[in-house]
Write a protein that binds this ligand. Structure first.
Ligand SMILES: [Zn+2]
Length: 249
């Protein structure tokens, strides 16, 4: 079994220089799942998959830095050279209302028809993956995900503050992709996010085998995030960078 994660976007809050916002491509053999699709991420995704090759998109929450390129992917699919089936999108219950805000009234149904929308709640199964979702501690309807691909487990925090649900979902995971918006360089409190040291504490507590720090604010230094994390986490830690590939093993 070959389960691989590719980072498509890692920037926190807004696109950094040469960096897209949150997005991760998970592949289990030929099956694919995209976790979040922030601004700039589609450009990176298209290096790996054509628009008709995306199996499903899972959105953690409806803040623009986590979903804005869904518009672009739907546009690419709508005008593809042949008709495509609706794209499976697993999302918070307010997803379509948020998405429709930018679309003229007469085109909203067309937009809806491009998707097969599934809401978070019970466990979700899509080809190649099973996903368990629990609520994050972040403004709005925000979810954290535990994705199983065969016997490999990945946990994605989306945006969150430290919370028990995160420890639950990350328990024994092969990889935890965790909100690390701020570092000890700038411990400014921003509601609903984590410091790199808190991400590391969560990984340590959950016994996650590997930690990927992400959503780092673009003006902060990645080296500080790594140092902060290594002080409290005894296993392997990296900072997410575009096109980084991690094989889950
Ligand atoms: Zn957010």
């Amino acid at each position: 079994m070959d389960v691989t994660l590719t980072v498509l976007g890692s920037s926190g809050g807004y696109s950094g220089a040469g960096k897209a916002c949150s997005s991760y491509l998970l592949k289990n053999g030929e099956q694919s799942l995209v976790l979040d699709l922030g601004p700039g991420a589609l450009s990176n995704l298209l290096k790996y998959l054509e628009p008709d090759g995306v199996g499903a998109v899972a959105l953690s929450h409806m803040h623009f830095d986590h979903y804005a390129d869904l518009y672009s992917l739907l546009t690419a699919r709508r005008f593809w050279h042949c008709e495509l089936p609706p794209l499976r999108v697993i999302a918070p219950s307010d997803m379509f209302d948020k998405l429709a805000c930018l679309i003229s009234r007469e085109n909203r149904q067309k937009l809806k028809d491009l998707m097969e929308i599934m809401e978070w709640g019970d466990d979700v199964a899509v080809p190649g993956f099973r996903i368990r979702a629990l609520r994050a501690k972040h403004p709005g309807e925000s979810w954290m995900l535990r994705v199983s691909a065969g016997d490999r487990i990945l946990c994605y925090s989306g945006d969150t503050e430290p919370c028990e649900n995160l420890i639950d979902l990350a328990k024994g995971a092969d990889l935890l992709i965790c909100d690390s918006t701020f570092t000890s360089d700038r411990e400014r409190k921003l509601e609903g996010h984590m410091l790199s040291s808190q991400a590391a504490q969560a990984a340590e507590e959950a016994g996650a085998r590997r930690l990927l720090l992400t959503h780092i604010w673009p003006t902060l230094r990645e080296s500080v995030a790594i140092e902060d994390a290594q002080a409290v986490y005894s296993s392997h830690v990296d900072v997410a960078r575009e096109h980084m590939k991690i094989r889950l093993q």
